[in-house]
Design a protein. Structure first.
Length: 235
């Protein structure tokens, strides 16, 4: 009799839990740079509100950071706290996709991370990523994100190659003008030292050495060269 009552009670609990589903939330994230005083959060917020009204949905939470654009997404305090609230099926709305990272590689990594968590990303400045109906279709949204990531990576690589070509052209001109080029063989850029210290302290999370080198825009061989120099100086 007692076992029968226990089973009945457990069935009631299980039925309740099965029928009880927490509603997914829609977050809006905004960021302005501390280096650009003319930027305003209210412009981003108004754009997002107008989009939500036209698509007949309500933003549950507006989250914002006033921080330099060179700061990695997970190092932004309010963005980081927002990600901790995310549940599978939630939606993140942003006025433009570059708010997610400090550069193209950072944006790509962040979108992939959000996608792996089951978070829909709606970016109002990107065709198809700004289509509310399509981005609420799981199969379509995944396909759109995959295409976007591929294109973003391709464009980023093209930009890097253009910059490299311009630098090489500038170096050739400088050589022809008799200018002495290059830094001392033992030199390590200050920016690399700063970011490497962050990597060592865990601020970059669990990214691989290859991913870190890519974010710094250097080859993996250059990464190990710099690290070797820094470790040599510590001896």
């Amino acid at each position: 009799m007692q076992n029968t009552m226990k089973k009945s009670y457990m069935k009631i609990v299980m039925d309740f839990m099965e029928g009880y589903q927490m509603e997914n939330k829609i977050f809006a994230y905004m960021r302005i740079s501390t280096n650009k005083k003319t930027q305003k959060l209210d412009r981003q917020q108004q754009t997002i509100i107008e989009y939500s009204v036209s698509n007949q949905f309500k933003i549950d939470e507006f989250i914002s950071d006033v921080i330099t654009g060179g700061t990695k997404a997970d190092n932004r305090p309010n963005y980081h706290n927002m990600k901790r609230q995310f549940r599978n099926g939630d939606t993140l709305v942003i006025s433009d996709v570059d708010r997610l990272g400090r550069n193209a590689d950072d944006v790509i990594m962040e979108i992939k991370d959000l996608q792996s968590r089951g978070i829909r990303v709606v970016a109002l400045d990107v065709p198809f990523l700004n289509d509310w109906e399509k981005m609420n279709d799981d199969s379509l949204s995944k396909m759109i994100i995959d295409i976007f990531v591929t294109l973003k990576a391709h464009i980023a690589q093209q930009e890097k190659e253009k910059i490299h070509d311009r630098v090489m052209q500038g170096l050739e001109v400088a050589k022809l003008n008799g200018k002495k080029l290059g830094r001392p063989a033992t030199g390590v850029p200050k920016e690399f030292i700063k970011e490497y210290n962050k990597l060592q302290s865990g601020e970059y999370g669990s990214i691989t050495v290859v991913q870190f080198a890519k974010l710094q825009g250097i080859a993996i061989s250059t990464f190990y060269k710099y690290v070797g120099i820094l470790k040599g100086k510590q001896l």
